[in-house]
Design a binder for this molecule. Sequence first.
Ligand code: SF4
Ligand code: SF4
Ligand code: FES
Length: 235
Amino acid sequence: MQVTFRIQKYNPETDTTPYYKEFVVDGVDETWRVLDVLEKIKGSMDGTLTYRRSCAHGVCGSDGMRINGRNRLACSILLKDLNYRNVVTLEPLPSMPVIKDLVVDLSDFYKKYELVKPYLITKTNPPEAERLQSNEDAEKLFESAKCILCACCSTSCPSLWTNENYLGPAALLKAYRFTFDTRDEAPEERLDIVDTQDGIWRCHTIFNCIEACPKEINITWHISQLKKALVNREI
Ligand code: SF4
Ligand code: SF4
Ligand code: FES
């Protein structure tokens, strides 16, 4: 089977603007993933083609890109799940500076992630063994803990496109993950961080983030729990 990939290319050292290059790839099957086709193009048609990938199994979060207009992981999308008989278009994640071809600069994404203190904060002396948590309390964190930091959600968020200072859904989801962890001893500190104009109140519940998340996390629900906690704190 033959498939045509139209890929946005850009090398800041030689190009003034991004452009699209078409690759007609033979010998593929509809069960191939987008990443498999990319590997074939890079291996036999254009060695300069640049993209990130590591695990190739939906775990590391490194190959987020725009595939036919939607943010997705290249390693998790099969050709048969796309309209592959027409041209398949690949572009870098939107609203981030492009380093080369499909690779974007995620420094801002990680800066916001770090801002919400994505780790357990403890102030009391450690117990002799581990800090315990009930199964019931752990279950409240399972969905948020599935996040692989692929940035598909934050780069699809209209609130972030129009305000680059907004923390964005991935950072807020991480804030939920630790604020509602019963072993954490600084939930108020984290709530203060998200309780700003560029924090949680910038989320206008547009749901683009949920559409984009490859782990099917209901990000907006988690953000709403943080909002509820802040409202209850005021009362
Ligand atoms: S629900 Fe909130 S975080 Fe998600 S895309 Fe919409 S504004 Fe952004
Ligand atoms: S919440 Fe989903 S889309 Fe956002 S960074 Fe995590 S895994 Fe990716
Ligand atoms: S390569 Fe790791 S998630 Fe796709």
